[in-house]
Design a binder for this molecule. Structure first.
Ligand SMILES: *Cc1c(COP(=O)(O)O)cnc(C)c1O
Length: 386
């Protein structure tokens, strides 16, 4: 079976896309104004925490996502921490999140002195299951739950309508970890604009990169102002005095990184088109293979296909390993999903529901090469694929 899978990955990359060399899981692409904007920072000396590119990057993010406000941060993990803090999460509080996520989601909770509670995901969305969340919030006992964090796995939106309703019913704020979902829509809304606050990431492996970077999105002007204040050491504006009115962070995105980000955001529509094209090449290549599917958009959603993924009909840890190792031997980089949080030593003892779906998905999902490579443009113009 693993040979059948690897053969189809090779057909896409070697035969259709004619790539001979190594095929990474996700490599950044710099083909626009990156050099120009970064050079501009060096030429002008505006490389650090102040500069016009930061403002421009934030304005571009607000424009792209439709969020009223975007505050750039040093990375996505920092953005998550600020979101949770602004939602009122602090020492001794509980936060609900999926166990099926990248470590940063859980660490943000821990760094604020709060505790994680893990609720299962829905196989159809790979995101938090609204029915399971409802059930959990209804019988969590006497410890108040300060926030719910939803994560849009691989760029596929969770059931935001369902989750929003449940959170509203229980009076708990919803935070979106939208680190993987820039360019992803659910019901016509950009992910990261439904919750009270959300976090984006621009790490080197994300759909667009600033080297390292992140952002907080919100529609609330007060929260946006607080986010900016807190991420810039809570300094009071003054020509030369250093006065600070609360314990803040130095989480501001440097101008140098923002410059890279501006050029990358200009290319986002092109990257989204390429990723969509790659996703349909994968769909075609795997259409006839029983036992495995390519994760697709759900009705009403338009994902960014940040990372394409294969999903096995049944959990098979050995097969996942065979595919990853066999593909690597042929120069194709694949990856398993993250080890679920509740299996890690720091989160093993956190309260959790039955996580049967999460545990099955751990041995069913394989991420496959997903770079927004320019070779995909040739496919578009040749009319191959769907
Ligand atoms: C990438 C990512 C983050 C944030 O990562 P940074 O590297 O800190 O920018 C957070 N959550 C998820 C789910 C991610 O994939």
């Amino acid at each position: 079976m693993h040979n059948e899978i690897i053969c189809r990955l090779e057909a896409v990359w070697r035969r259709t896309l004619r790539v001979d060399g190594p095929v990474p899981l996700h490599a950044p692409v710099f083909e626009g104004h990156e050099w120009e904007y970064v050079k501009d920072c060096l030429d002008t000396g505006w490389v650090s925490s102040v500069g016009a590119y930061v403002d421009r990057f934030e304005a571009m993010l607000a424009d792209i996502t439709g969020a009223h406000h975007a505050v750039a941060t040093v990375n996505g993990s920092a953005a998550l921490e600020v979101c949770l803090h602004l939602a009122g999460v602090g020492a001794g509080d509980d936060v609900v999140l999926p166990s099926l996520t990248f470590i940063a989601t859980a660490n943000a909770v821990s760094h604020l002195g709060a505790s994680c509670r893990f609720v299962d995901v829905d196989e159809a969305t790979l995101g938090l299951d609204p029915a399971r969340l409802d059930d959990h919030l209804a019988r969590h006992g006497d410890r108040p739950i300060k926030a719910v964090v939803v994560m849009h796995t691989f760029g596929h939106a969770a059931d935001l309508d369902g989750l929003m309703q449940v959170c509203a019913r229980h009076g708990v704020p919803l935070i979106e970890d939208a680190a993987e979902s820039l360019g992803s829509y659910s019901g016509g809304r950009h992910t990261g604009t439904s919750g009270l606050l959300s976090a984006l990431s621009f790490n080197g492996n994300k759909i667009v990169t600033t080297g390292g970077g992140g952002a907080v999105l919100t529609n609330d002007p007060d929260l946006a102002r607080r986010a900016k204040h807190l991420t810039t050491t809570a300094k009071l504006s003054h020509p030369y005095r250093f006065d600070h009115d609360e314990v803040g962070w130095n989480y501001r995105l440097p101008n140098l990184n923002a410059a890279l980000g501006c050029a990358q955001l200009e290319a986002l529509p092109a990257y989204l088109g390429r990723k969509r094209r790659l996703a349909s090449l994968y769909q075609e290549a795997f259409a006839d293979l029983p036992g495995v599917k390519v994760v697709a958009d759900r009705a009403g959603c338009a994902g960014n296909f940040w990372l394409n993924a294969l999903i096995l009909d049944r959990p098979d840890r050995d097969l996942v390993a065979q595919v990853i190792e066999g593909a690597a031997a042929r120069g194709l980089q694949c990856r398993p999903i993250w080890t679920p949080m509740h299996r890690l030593p720091m989160y093993r003892y956190c309260p959790r529901d039955d996580l049967a779906v999460t545990e099955a998905l751990e041995d069913r999902l394989i991420n496959i090469p997903s770079s927004p490579s320019p070779v995909l443009d040739a496919v578009i113009s040749a009319g191959a694929g769907l």
